[in-house]
Every structure is written in C-alpha cells, then in structure tokens.
Design a protein around this ligand. Structure first.
Ligand SMILES: *Cc1c(COP(=O)(O)O)cnc(C)c1O
Length: 358
C-alpha cells in the first residue's frame, strides 16, 4: 500500500520538560503527524496518508456522533536501550481490531495493512517516543462511521486514523497497589452484547460507576457478570486475575470481557513459570471465602497501560479486603518484571512477540 506523506511545516514543541519532570501523564500530548485512511463501500480502504496532526471536519449528521459506531485500540511503542522502537504483539492487536470491527458492522482490515500503518506513523514520529524509564509512545488507532444520515444503519463510509501520544510511566514511583470497588448495581456487558469489542460506547456506559467508586475513595471498578451479578469479570481497562492457593484464576473469554493482549501474555508467562492458570468463572463469594480462609494470595489487573496492576484493597457490600497486606505480591512482581523487560527488549523474547519499527 502506498502512503502519501505530507510533512508538517510547524512542528509542535515536544514535552521534554514534562518528560524530565515525570509529568507527561497519559494521552495529554500528541506527535506532529497522524495516519489517516478512508473506506467506502465498493472501493474498500484507500487514500492512505500521513498528515500533520489536525482537527477533523465532520458532518454534524455523521453516524458516529449519533449512534456511536466507533472502535479503537490501545498499544504502546517502547524505546529500547539501543534506541530501536519496539512494538508488542501488533499482529494480535490487528486480529482483535477486526473482531471489534465485525461486532460493530464496520469494515475489517488486512492485518498486514494495519501493521504497516502503525509502522509508518511511528517511523515518521519516532523522535516522539520518549526516553525516560517507564514512558512510551501510546498508539491510538480508531475508526469512525461517517455517513451523514440520521437513519440507523451501518455506514458506507468510514475514517481510520492513528494518533501517537508520548505518555508517562503508569507508576511514578514504581508499581503500586490500587483499590477497587466491586460494582453490584451497574453492569458493563452481558453475553451477546459488545463487551468483547473495544468500542467507545462500552466506556461511555462505564463512567457513572467509575464516578461512584471514586466518590467512595476507590481507584477502579470491578465489574461482575451482567446476569447473576456474581462472577468477577474485569476492571476499567484491565483484565483481572486472582491468585488463590497459588493458582492464578481469571475470567474466561465468553464474550463479556475484552480479550486483553496483556492477559494472554501474562497467562503464557505464568504457565511457563510453572504456575497453574485457570480461565473459569470465579464468584465474588469464592474470592471472599478464600480471603477469609487465608488462601487469597494476590489480586492484580493486566492491561497495556499498567502492564500489571496489583490490587491492595477490594470492597464488596461494605466489606473491605486488604489483599497481601496491601502490598505487591510475588507473582504480580515477577510477571510485571518479566513482561515489561520483554517489551523493552531487555530480555530475550522466545515468543516472537516483539517487532521493531523499521
Ligand atoms: C483494552 C482493554 C483491556 C486490556 O487489553 P490489553 O490488550 O491488555 O491492553 C481490558 N479491558 C478493557 C475493557 C479494555 O478496553
């Protein structure tokens, strides 16, 4: 695929001082360029281009603005010690992109094309990949429906674009445990719904519960299944793992949770470390029983942003559990170190997960 490149004539100031001060944060700054590509029924994907970062002009009737036909992805490009820029499991990300697209009646994309687009934009803006430890260039592919018509139907025209955002370390002072509130009233997804698709609507629907949890002093919401409000599903933008009697237990991929690339990687690393991993339904009552019996060793979330996020406090029906004395557990620590160092190119990658931006 040919990509037409228009270089910026007004480069942005890079957030060098923020990087040095550790205050980049997440998704606050954007690189000089963006990747764009159009889709039209009967033509397919065409007009691949890289342009200076700019606002989009949309018809106010565009379907995305009314009916939320939109998907996105979240990835990171890391700067290795030798200054190569590394992608992590881009192919798997492309496959998930297509799963989301199919669920939302949007056009899929050849995974090779998706990876080529990522490579092209990161290559042009590679100087925007920050250097400080823990930082990364956050990549945000997204697709929106453009048909300017108020009738509800899958659009015939779409825009695909990729933004690059130099972002800070998720943990400013090393990995630190978070607190989570187990939500019993609101749900995020149900079987048959869009829970496994990375679509914006899932997030819009989750904010009220997140606000409620924040008001009560918790960092994140742990969602329970949408039918019985009993089985633990996932947290915010992370999959969730509990360690009971030394076994790592995580929710199965049955259509209600996002199939995390980090989840899959952590399962692989845990099994290769010789640990037992179970993908099965886990009741919140089973978690509490294990805690009361002294068998709940650890709990942690997994996702691209944090990689691994240990849970120190968990609250359900007014009873708060302190997990592993509110400290990082040994399995969370091992898996975090192992995965991050593979992503950064510091450790050998026996899985073929890491690719280099060319
Ligand atoms: C993106 C996301 C995750 C994590 O997926 P990764 O591929 O590991 O980053 C988990 N849950 C939800 C709801 C998500 O949107």
């Amino acid at each position: 695929m040919e990509i037409k490149v228009t270089h910026t004539t007004k480069p942005f100031a890079k957030p060098i001082e923020q990087e040095a001060a550790g205050s980049l944060g997440f998704g606050n700054y954007f690189s000089d360029h963006m990747f764009l590509m159009d889709y039209e029924e009967g033509i397919g994907w065409h007009n691949a281009r890289i342009e200076p970062y700019h606002p989009l002009a949309l018809d106010p009737a565009a379907a995305v603005l009314h009916y939320g036909q939109e998907i996105f992805e979240g990835m990171k490009a890391y700067r290795a010690k030798d200054n190569r820029i590394l992608f992590f499991r881009a192919k798997m990300n492309a496959a998930r992109w297509n799963q989301s697209a199919v669920r939302m009646c949007m056009p899929t994309m050849d995974p090779e094309l998706y990876c080529q687009a990522l490579n092209a934009i990161v290559d042009i803006d590679r100087d925007w990949t920050p250097h400080a430890p823990g930082t990364s260039l956050v990549l945000r592919p997204a697709m929106i429906a453009l048909d300017p018509c108020l009738s509800v139907h899958p659009s015939k025209k779409y825009l695909f674009f990729i933004l690059c955002s130099p972002s800070g370390a998720y943990y400013k002072n090393g990995m630190a445990p978070v607190s989570i509130y187990v939500e019993e009233h609101y749900i995020r997804a149900a079987v048959g719904g869009t829970g496994y698709a990375k679509c914006g609507g899932n997030y819009a629907g989750s904010m009220l519960a997140a606000e409620k949890a924040a008001e009560m002093g918790y960092d994140q919401v742990l969602w329970l299944d949408g039918i019985e409000h009993k089985y633990v599903e996932e947290v915010g933008s992370m999959n969730m793992m509990f360690v009971i009697d030394g076994t790592i237990i995580t929710a199965p991929l049955e259509g209600t949770i996002l199939p995390g690339v980090t989840r899959d990687s952590i399962i692989t690393l845990a099994k290769d470390a010789g640990w037992k991993v179970e993908e099965r339904k886990l009741g919140i009552d089973e978690v509490y029983q294990a805690a009361h019996d002294g068998r709940l060793d650890e709990a942690f979330g997994t996702g691209t942003a944090a990689v691994v996020s240990p849970v120190g406090r968990l609250s359900y029906r007014g009873e708060e559990l302190i997990i592993n004395h509110g400290e990082i557990g040994p399995k969370a620590q091992y898996l975090y170190d192992r995965l991050l160092n593979i992503q950064l190119g510091n450790y050998e990658d026996p899985y073929g997960w890491v690719t280099v931006c060319q």
